[in-house]
Design a protein around this ligand. Sequence first.
Ligand SMILES: Cc1cc2nc3c(=O)[nH]c(=O)nc-3n(C[C@H](O)[C@H](O)[C@H](O)COP(=O)(O)OP(=O)(O)OC[C@H]3O[C@@H](n4cnc5c(N)ncnc54)[C@H](O)[C@@H]3O)c2cc1C
Length: 442
Amino acid sequence: MSESILITRNVPIRYTVDVCVTGAGPGGIAAAVVAARQGAKVLLLDAHTMPGGMSTAGRVPVLMPCSDGVNFLPDGFGREVIERFTAVSNAYGFDNSGIFLNAEQLKRIYEDLLTGAGVELLYYSRLAAVNVENGTIRQTVYASQSGLFAVAAKVFIDGTGDGTVAAWAGAPFEMTPLDEIMPATLCSLWAGFDWQAYRAGGAFSHNDDKMPELLAAAFKDGSLSTEDHHHTGIFRNSNLAAGGNITHAFGVDGTDERSLTRGLVEGRRLLREYENFYRKNIPGFSDAEIVDSGSLLGVRESRRITGDYTLNNEDFKSRRDFADEIGRYNFPADIHPPRPTRAQVEEHKKLFRSTACGHGESYGIPYRIMLPCNVSNLLTCGRCVSTDRYVHASLRVIPGCWITGQAAGMAAAMAADSERTPREINVQQLRANLRKIGAFFH
Ligand SMILES: Cc1cc2nc3c(=O)[nH]c(=O)nc-3n(C[C@H](O)[C@H](O)[C@H](O)COP(=O)(O)OP(=O)(O)OC[C@H]3O[C@@H](n4cnc5c(N)ncnc54)[C@H](O)[C@@H]3O)c2cc1C
């Protein structure tokens, strides 16, 4: 065992609120806004410097589809974000199925929504400890610019993506072994390209026939040093800029800063190679350059916090309805291959195609997947809710995180208001309240 030290110190309880949300990604933001609009006193804290998590700091370039062809699935909070986004928009939609994200616009919209709802917002505040007594969280502690401080709340919400609050509070979790875990991607911002020339030249992602050939040549001549056949692509996200969701860092542990640091360094090394590759090979990119990369590494998979129910592949395949359903979603299982081989890319494509939902189809999302075992006053939302690997690979995308975030916020406000735990609230009342704000479910 490594050496350790014992530190005992007084930590001021600087805030006492109804609902404390840690993590301002799409899930945490939806939760905070919805809870505050119900009249709860809400504090939202984030280790980083902006709202949006992966969708802004991580520079994820595209919003995945929101519709099943009939219904708008992340209705309520998700509709509001998209309406605001398209109103200011140089947001370029494609095939009616997704929207290219401009991170700066998204940050402004999220901050407007948060401040408009009366959420107290704190950046530069990283979770440092969770104080639990008999399965109830008393306070969460943050390391901030001004030192350590604690937050007492009736209900806590884990929006960290990695389930850090829940895991540190003693909730069980699952995590795929690192040799099988989805790779991370350092997303990138590109400028100086000619979009018309690019479009005229064809499309260039792993789904198109031109890219495999170009990649194979670059692997052979060594200009791309990692033989990674899974090339997701570059997407236009304004008149002037494009977002890259390219390169993979394999075996990254999103719960360990040493592994994350290696992933970031590897991501930037690979992006340099791909900048040259695009300039040399891709129409419209001869003068392009990468002007920024994500300030957070794009971690697709880490902890899945075990809740009162684990939503699984069978539920997905049967498009199951639930009595405690709080939303529905339909994105296919997008499990990025854990190794960069051609065979794994083919397997990925097969799984993606085979899990695509038909017109008007979706699977139900039960409330219980947000109630972590062993902890009474905590809800999870976003990427870390209780699912198996397949459902995780669907529900982890931004619209899915809005859906669980919205429900977590409503449930937390109801629990705080009635002095109950989230497990004790009336779930049919929760569903009725969610319907009032526009949520879609059966
Ligand atoms: C490379 C990549 C590409 C993707 N592509 C798409 C796509 O094209 N379309 C799509 O819809 N989705 C995409 N996704 C999925 C989606 O972006 C994420 O899964 C989603 O943002 C997760 O939302 P979240 O709310 O759970 O948390 P996150 O977005 O991960 O945000 C978590 C927030 O919590 C904060 N935080 C974390 N730990 C702590 C702590 N200890 N203390 C305080 N704060 C903390 C972080 O700073 C962050 O702001 C992609 C994801 C990745 C990684």
